[in-house]
Design a protein around this ligand. Structure first.
Ligand code: BV8
Ligand code: ZN
Length: 258
């Protein structure tokens, strides 16, 4: 179904470190709308940058809290798809595989992936914008979620536009990109920085960089390969191609001689 290039399979078989960047596209087949698609219904006439920003939040906390509540409830009702599971299984079949995700849905961890750097935080995390408290919010007379300690607005634990990424997650993701032998950019439009720069850092550091997407991203022209197809189908096929034909060389060396 997906004829993977000999180069990719060979680079994977000899790779010591594989790193992955994922975007909302890997969760699309779980039924989680991609970031821009999430502006449907009530949110259709809002720019993502307005909803996912502190200014937008302070201007209309009821609207933005409602948007995150709706997305959080949906995430709790969905399950990881075969693409998430294939990434978790690839990590078992390879010497080392890490994921840096722009997604805030926690689906990689729920699929069993153990090395996941959440570049843009988690939608399941909520804290007071004024005092940082994480206690259960109360709803004020206007329907706004407030902090029980200081009465401040409760905000989602995600990185908004104009906000710094979590230091540890960013440095880990940068380290993985610099040291990767093979780097995958999967299901991201690659328009949001600094995350979108990671595949380019990997390429500049000598990695073989492959994009998996249903449409070429903003950086497709700068990568080694662009594989067009849904990640929920492509990743299981890649796992099969890698593990069926031969085990990666490092495993072959220990294969029992019959
Ligand atoms: C920062 C969490 C330092 C919130 C998100 C001008 C030029 C360049 C940069 C900037 C600029 N002005 C401002 C900036 C910086 C800004 C930025 O990059 N803006 C962009 C819009 C130009 N970046 C920031 O502000 C970052 N911080 O720079 O800090 C700083 C500090 C102070 C002052 C200045 C700078 C913080 C960015 C983080 C924003 N938070 N998410 C939440 O989730 O609510 S970003 C959000 O949008 C997502 O996390 C994702 O990263 C991004 C893109 O969303 P989508 O497009 O929906 O998702 P994705 O990209 O994944 O696209 C879907 C893809 O999937 C598509 O390609 C589609 O083809 C594909 N697909 C669909 N189905 C499938 C599929 N692929 C495979 N299989 C399928 N089945
Ligand atoms: Zn507070």
């Amino acid at each position: 179904m997906y004829p993977f290039s000999d180069t990719l399979l060979e680079r994977l078989r000899t790779a010591e470190r594989v790193a992955v960047l994922t975007g909302a596209g890997v969760s699309a087949e779980s039924g989680v709308p991609t970031f821009r698609d999430a502006q449907t219904g009530l949110y259709a006439n809002h720019r993502p940058e307005d909803l996912a920003s502190e200014a937008g939040f302070r201007a209309d906390p009821l609207l933005v809290q409602g948007w995150y509540r709706e997305r959080r409830q949906r995430v709790q009702q969905v399950a990881p798809n075969p693409g998430h599971h294939a990434l978790a299984q690839l990590a078992e079949a390879l010497p080392y595989l890490s994921i840096a995700t722009q997604n805030v849905d926690g689906l990689h961890q729920r699929a069993g992936s153990r090395v996941v750097h959440e570049l843009h935080g988690s939608i399941m995390d909520t804290y007071c914008i004024d005092c940082g408290a994480r206690e259960q919010a109360y709803i004020d007379k206007d329907g706004i979620e407030r902090c029980p300690i200081c009465g401040g607005l409760m905000r989602p634990g995600v990185v908004w536009f104009g906000e710094m990424l979590p230091e540890a997650a960013w440095h880990a993701a940068e380290h993985e990109a610099v040291n990767a032998d093979v780097y995958f950019s999967i299901g991201t439009s690659a328009v949001v920085y600094p995350a979108a720069g990671l595949p380019l850092i990997a390429r500049a550091s000598g990695a073989y960089v492959v994009e998996i997407n249903v449409a070429p991203s903003a950086i497709a022209g700068e990568l080694d390969e662009v594989l067009l197809g849904p990640s929920g189908e492509m990743l299981p096929a890649l796992l099969k191609a890698l593990t069926n034909n031969h085990a990666p060389t490092h495993q072959r060396a220990h294969a029992p001689t019959n």
